[in-house]
Design a protein around this ligand. Sequence first.
Ligand code: ADE
Length: 234
Amino acid sequence: MKIDILTLFPEMFAPLKTSLIGKAQDKNLVEIDIVDYREYSEEKHKKVDDYPYGGGAGMLIQAQPVYDAIMDKKTENSHVIYLSPKGKVLTQNLVEEYSKYEHIILLCGHYEGIDQRAIDLCVDEMVSIGDYVLTGGELPAMVLTDAILRYIPNVLHSGESVEEESIVGGLLEYPQYTHPREYKGLEVPEVLLSGNHAEIKKWRDDKRVEVTKILRPDLYKKYIKENNTKKDKK
Ligand code: ADE
């Protein structure tokens, strides 16, 4: 998979060089390129922003450098996503869908955003990482990249699976414990010490339902509804 991230602030993406995402790139499991809109500016001093027509606060990124950058990177297998609070709110199901694309281009706006014409001409989809407003699309692009890459084979440690993690299958993750067996009077649940894999699996499955019901009643209701529909169809 290849991800191109188009931005005015390439230096904000240093964290992608570390941890599992850094290793995934070293192992060529994914190619991530950070592209500066300024490289495509046709103006003096590489200027890429200007005042909005009609007035108003702040500056907009102009259509030309955004359009030219996308056209330079785009192939017939590309999916272009603009990170914006106006987009559809990201969910685990959407992340899984995006992980199937061969090439993703992520557009980051900054300041007041991007000239609408670049969006109308080039963007396949707008995505928001939640109903709050950030100073730009850079952090959302990193969030989306991280979430997508967890689906790429061999990015996670062996034995770790996306399937068991929080919010996959509509449920939260079960609680986990490590040494020592007792900490400040709190014991590790007995079943986890039993070595009985079937019992452990059952305990974990039950806990996922229990924890979701308590912490995220909205997800729990959805899970129950979907499971009942599945049963009805059988
Ligand atoms: N840009 C600014 N805020 C954002 C958000 N919540 N999601 C995606 N992009 C954004």
